[in-house]
Design a binder for this molecule. Structure first.
Ligand code: FAD
Length: 336
């Protein structure tokens, strides 16, 4: 593996909203652009937004009821997906940070000289401070029952992998993402059924909830509440979902889309030595982990409720303030 001799002051893992904000906060704090390295495994930044948010979806500043109050240098109002991506394009370019795409980090360890050593598909990098901002959707939650190999190509965890039009589609989930997928798929001319295990749609924000309930009233969306799929199987050209509840007949559709959220990449974080409290990494108020010099930012810090773009920006700002206080990488700051 190629070892890159040049060290950095700060390495940011992941170029989503949190990672981009980190690069911008570091620049605003005076860290030289060439001393900031951002490693992103996808070919472009903000990969999760590109993959999971359909092009027509508005990006809400006040997402999941998380207050849209910006505490750092980046901020967004309600925008379209394209406006949001353009803003993030400009932010990452203006930061001047060294950004490497298609470069996936798979290990972080401590060097004998105290710096952190980051191993990626592109080589080995070193810095006194590393911030992990890889989000939680790299591995979306899967259902508990198996998905037979023969139907895998018709089962999705996003709505951008295939253009789905004029089909019978089953969406599974009860959060904002599931509601947004339903609205998008109805708009694309599909016949959509939503299966949710809860008794009522009360998790999503009011706009999403009211929109799907309006679609149901208009006969454009069928909602199966308190329904639990027990098996998914091939049925000729169709897919058949069976339900645990006898009240629901088996349902045949062309596509199934799961929107079950994601989980913290626990094994990766634990392998670095980060301590956990239950399912969540143990963090200070400034998102420092139990490993000195190692911080988390963005969705990784948000717990089961999930995060938002502004929350990602704010976690980056808080982490960077702490980094400047504790590590002498911000010019003009007294040494810790
Ligand atoms: C369908 C949907 C709709 C949403 N709508 C809104 C909305 O309207 N408003 C809003 O505020 N929020 C919305 N969100 C939430 C918002 O997208 C997230 O809160 C935000 O993107 C979190 O940013 P992040 O930087 O923490 O993580 P992510 O956006 O997940 O970015 C993580 C980045 O890290 C990269 N990465 C992962 N693993 C590695 C690795 N090992 N090495 C290198 N790079 C890696 C990924 O490719 C990715 O680019 C929505 C989410 C979804 C799924």
């Amino acid at each position: 593996m190629e070892s890159h001799g040049m060290g950095f002051d700060l390495i940011v893992v992941g170029a989503g909203p949190a990672g981009i904000a980190l690069a911008c906060e570091a620049r605003a704090a005076g860290v030289p652009a060439g001393r900031i390295l951002v490693l992103e495994k996808a070919p472009e930044h903000s990969w999760i937004i590109r993959k999971y948010c359909p092009a027509s979806k508005p990006v809400l500043a006040n997402y999941k009821g998380i207050e849209a109050r910006c505490e750092g240098v980046l901020c967004i109002p309600d925008w379209t997906r394209e406006e949001t991506l353009t803003y993030l394009d400009r932010a990452i370019a203006d930061s001047g940070a060294v950004v490497r795409y298609r470069d996936e980090v798979f290990r972080i360890a401590r060097e004998a000289d105290g710096r952190l050593r980051v191993e990626s598909s592109g080589g080995v990098w070193r810095a006194p401070v590393v911030v992990i901002a890889i989000g939680i959707l790299g591995r979306p939650n899967k259902p508990s029952y198996p998905i037979p190999r023969a139907i895998k190509s018709r089962v999705f965890f996003d709505v951008t992998s295939e253009q789905i039009r004029g089909r019978d589609v089953l969406v599974v989930g009860g959060g904002d993402t599931a509601m947004e997928y339903c609205q998008f798929l109805v708009q694309e001319g599909n016949r959509v059924t939503l299966s949710y295990r809860g008794e009522a749609i009360n998790r999503p924000n009011p706009i999403n909830r009211d929109s799907v309930l309006a679609l149901e009233r208009q006969g454009k969306l069928r909602i199966l509440l308190a329904s639990n799929i027990s098996a998914l199987e091939a049925a000729g050209e169709k897919l058949r979902a069976r339900f645990a509840e006898p009240a629901f007949d088996p349902l045949e559709v062309d596509r199934v889309i799961y929107a079950l959220g994601g989980t913290t990449p626990e094994n990766f974080l634990k392998s670095i030595g980060i301590e956990f409290d239950g399912p969540n990494p143990r963090l200070t108020k400034a998102f420092a982990t139990s490993v000195p010099g190692l911080f988390l930012a963005g969705d990784l810090t948000a717990g089961s409720r999930g995060g938002s773009i502004i929350l990602a920006f704010n976690t980056a700002a808080a982490a960077m303030r702490r980094i400047c206080e504790d590590h002498h990488i911000c010019p003009g700051r007294p040494e810790a």
